[in-house]
Design a protein around this ligand. Structure first.
Ligand code: GAF
Length: 384
């Protein structure tokens, strides 16, 4: 039932009353995201350019005064009740995100709550359903308890909840996109300084469409590959004597100093990806949206060949899209499953979709799902 309308908020409030026997005090919502470009750069102190989707997570909630958080979800069975004083690992699965968030916020004077969660984000599609869940919970809890925390700081606390209470060493991109995005723009975030700037992104005005394709190969950050990439980047930075790969200024010289070919490939990706973010921002600000397609494609090839995080369904979707006339495309998110974006002229969008579907069918893969709504949307906010 999720959605941004007052009607869907009212429906969630009614479901809360059914579930718990009293009305909620409000309904809050936080979006999922697509990352236009800047992949695996956030934990290297680099640049990212995500935007928020119209899809997201809504939370109906009411305060409690017993330092307990009680959560239910319309997408899962059962109720999870956990003390705010609990320890990481004592709650597992989807409930670890809202419970972890509540526990982190407890240090800031936020108390317990009863929550009912609803999501219209596809699970495992790499569109940041976890960050949306954390951020919707965060703004609900802060509002309920009258605690004001700046949105950028809330994004950092949400990242901490995921790192410490779920055990996923994610960077700051997804929570920032969910908290800080504005409608009609992508969010340029400098992950070192925390500075942000809105970059207008309206492909429709240029006769273009950005397709978001769920490849139906499920994405999981809890697997070891994401943590391994982070460790490889930290090792390379240490060998190169820099705080983070963001600081590599002379790429050929840096590559010459690394004897391990794996580390060379990782550094090559991170350094060139930061350049691609800067180039994308320049093109968007100059009104040259169509030219971004080549950078998306370069990003995809770098993620596939240098960073080695792509997957067959993503590679086929991008290849077929380009063959059918798209301007470019790339995998988004952590990798090993999830979604792909494709930038195409609107008049070619059907041909591109058909080409991807036909390629999947020819391989007997689960059909891809094309998201209907992909317009850059507002960050986390209260619905009612
Ligand atoms: C995942 C992480 F959560 C982000 O922090 C980011 O590192 C991304 O993978 C890769 O760019 O979404």
């Amino acid at each position: 039932m999720s959605g941004t309308s007052a009607a869907s908020a009212a429906a969630l409030a009614a479901a809360f009353a059914d579930a718990y026997g009293h009305a909620p005090e409000g309904v809050w919502r936080a979006p999922g995201r697509v990352n236009l470009i800047g992949e695996h750069t956030d934990y290297n102190d680099g640049l990212v350019l995500p935007f928020a989707l119209p899809l997201g997570v809504s939370v109906a909630a009411s305060r409690r005064d017993d330092d307990v958080v009680e959560v239910r979800s319309l997408q899962a069975d059962g109720t999870v009740t956990a003390p705010l004083s609990g320890t990481p690992g004592d709650v597992r699965g989807w409930a670890a995100y809202p419970v972890g968030m509540a526990r982190v916020l407890r240090e800031h004077g936020v108390g317990g709550a009863t929550l009912l969660i609803d999501s219209d984000l596809p699970q495992g599609a790499g569109l940041s359903s976890s960050a949306a869940l954390e951020c919707a919970t965060a703004i609900a809890l802060c509002d309920l308890h009258g605690v004001w925390i700046a949105p950028a700081e809330l994004a950092r606390l949400a990242q901490r909840a995921e790192n410490e209470h779920v055990g996923v060493p994610s960077g700051i991109m997804d929570q920032s996109a969910s908290m800080l995005s504005s409608a009609g723009s992508a969010l340029l975030l400098d992950c070192r300084s925390g500075l942000t700037s809105n970059v207008p992104f309206a492909p429709g005005e240029a006769g273009l469409t950005l397709l978001v394709v769920d490849t139906r190969a499920s994405h999981e950050l809890t697997g070891g590959e994401y943590a391994r990439r982070r460790a490889e980047c930290e090792k390379a930075a240490e060998i190169l004597g820099v705080d983070a790969l963001r600081d590599v200024k002379d790429l050929p010289a840096a590559l010459g100093r690394l004897s391990d070919p794996v580390l060379r490939r990782r550094v090559q990706h991170v350094v060139t990806e930061n350049h691609r973010v800067e180039a994308t921002v320049g093109l968007l600000r100059a009104g040259a949206v169509a030219e971004v397609g080549g950078l998306l494609l370069a990003s995809h090839m770098s993620l596939r060949d240098q960073y080695e995080v792509s997957w067959p369904e993503a590679d086929v979707a991008v290849d077929e899209a380009v063959r059918a006339g798209a301007r470019g495309g790339r995998m988004v998110g952590g990798g090993f499953g999830g979604s792909v974006i494709v930038l195409t002229r609107t008049e070619s969008a059907d041909r591109v979709r058909n080409a991807i579907e036909a390629a999947y069918q020819a391989r007997s893969w689960t059909p891809p799902v094309f998201l209907d709504e992909t317009a850059p949307s507002a960050g986390a906010h209260r619905l009612v």
